[in-house]
Design a protein around this ligand. Structure first.
Ligand SMILES: Nc1nc2c(ncn2[C@@H]2O[C@H](COP(=O)(O)OP(=O)(O)O)[C@@H](O)[C@H]2O)c(=O)[nH]1
Ligand SMILES: [Mg+2]
Length: 214
């Protein structure tokens, strides 16, 4: 019997209230968008299964239920998370400043091994932009995070962001289960390429997946 999935990754969305976390999740899971503020009450997580290197990867993506407003996100929410998408809103400088606080919160509560990524959402709203792309890139570099500008509204980079996150987790996991040895197509050299390629692909993706409405 065919397995339903080969990998199960638990991901979380974190960031200030109103930055578009729920919208990004709904764009990714259902490919839809609502222009009104979405009450998160009742939504715990959404599931989408993707394919990576011929493997089925089930993504279980958790959304906060408004606790972010009170900074009461605790260890329970972070438990078992393999990837965290940190989201700010390019039209809201405070949400950008607060990313440092969220990183502190993650460092305090989450598994130190968790894969993190920074998303600059609402990049379709250029007329109201407060945070330049370079500022996001600088912050991401400082914390060695992958970075992308996204728009849940137009769909820019949403798919790419989740795929990049899933890929990073899978690479890390495969490397661990292989005890750092060769896997799949590559022998030792292939592995080294992967190590070096990680940062490269991070850079490549931030320029390749440029927000198209800039
Ligand atoms: N223009 C634009 N609006 C967005 C985008 N993402 C979310 N929004 C809007 O921002 C508001 C807050 O979104 P929501 O997903 O509820 O934010 P959350 O509190 O972080 O979950 C809603 O009115 C959304 O329609 C985006 O990419 N572009
Ligand atoms: Mg929400």
């Amino acid at each position: 019997m065919a397995k339903a999935y080969d990998y199960l990754f638990k991901l979380l969305l974190i960031g200030d209230s109103g930055v578009g976390k729920t919208s990004v999740l709904i764009r990714f899971a259902e490919d839809s968008f609502s222009p009104t503020f979405i009450s998160t009450i009742g939504i715990d997580f959404k599931i989408r299964t993707i394919e990576l290197d011929g493997k089925k990867v089930k993504l279980q993506i958790w959304d906060t239920a408004g606790q972010e407003r009170f900074r009461t996100i605790t260890t329970a929410y972070y438990r078992g998370a393999m990837g965290i998408l940190l989201v700010y809103d390019v039209t809201n400088a405070k949400s950008f400043d607060n990313i440092r606080t969220w990183i502190g919160n993650i460092n305090q509560h989450a598994n130190p091994d968790v894969e993190k990524m920074l998303l600059a959402n609402k990049c379709d709203m250029n007329d109201r932009r407060m945070i330049a792309k370079e500022m996001g890139e600088r912050l991401a570099n400082e914390h060695q995070l992958r970075f992308m500008e996204t728009s849940a509204k137009s769909g820019i980079n949403v798919e790419e962001a989740f795929l990049a996150m899933a890929r990073d987790i899978k690479v890390k996991l495969d490397r661990k289960t292989d005890g750092g040895g060769a896997n799949g197509a590559g022998a030792g050299a292939g592995n080294k390429l992967k190590n070096d390629g990680r940062k490269e692909s991070g850079r490549a993706s931030s320029s390749k997946f440029r927000c198209q409405l800039l």
